[in-house]
Write a protein of this length. Structure first.
Length: 153
């Protein structure tokens, strides 16, 4: 039975990789600043940090995402591995919008790194405001983040 628009699931698992024009630790810190994500990811309208860890990193963040004709809110919890340069996030199991993801940054040189990103999104809404995000969210995120780093350099 085909899914109705209200049961839209975007890419059960979407992955993408890209070379970034900054060192891996710089990319890790930039991505870890979840409050800034709406500045570089057009599908997000707002982010509000609800909790921070002892290092000052946002561990619980409420986001508002743009839809074609509205918006949707969801809250994710972040985990950070500074040694592996990895960040994971997920919504609560009972949340209507389910988001799970992971990003890792690997050094290529002193001024370049490799970003590996994966995300699973299941939302009872649609369509998203950004058609590229709707069809392949990981590629959209990786491209937007790379361009953000290029502009900041």
């Amino acid at each position: 039975m085909p899914a109705a628009a209200a049961d839209l699931e975007i890419e059960p698992l979407s992955t993408a990789s890209a070379t970034l024009p900054v060192a891996a630790d710089v990319a890790f810190e930039a991505f870890a600043d979840a409050a800034e994500t709406p500045r570089w990811l057009p599908v997000l309208h707002a982010a509000r940090v609800l909790e921070r860890n002892v290092d000052g990193r946002a561990t619980r963040v409420a986001f508002v995402a743009r839809l074609e004709r509205g918006s949707i809110g969801y809250t994710v919890e972040y985990s950070f591995d500074s040694e592996a340069l990895a960040i994971t996030w997920r919504t609560a199991p009972e949340a209507a919008v389910q988001v799970r993801g992971e990003v890792t940054f690997s050094p290529l040189s002193r001024s370049a790194s490799l970003m590996n990103y994966s995300v699973t999104i299941s939302a009872p809404v649609g369509p998203w405001s950004d058609p590229s995000y709707e069809h392949h969210p990981a590629s959209s995120v990786v491209t937007s983040f790379r361009e953000h780093l290029r502009r900041a350099a």
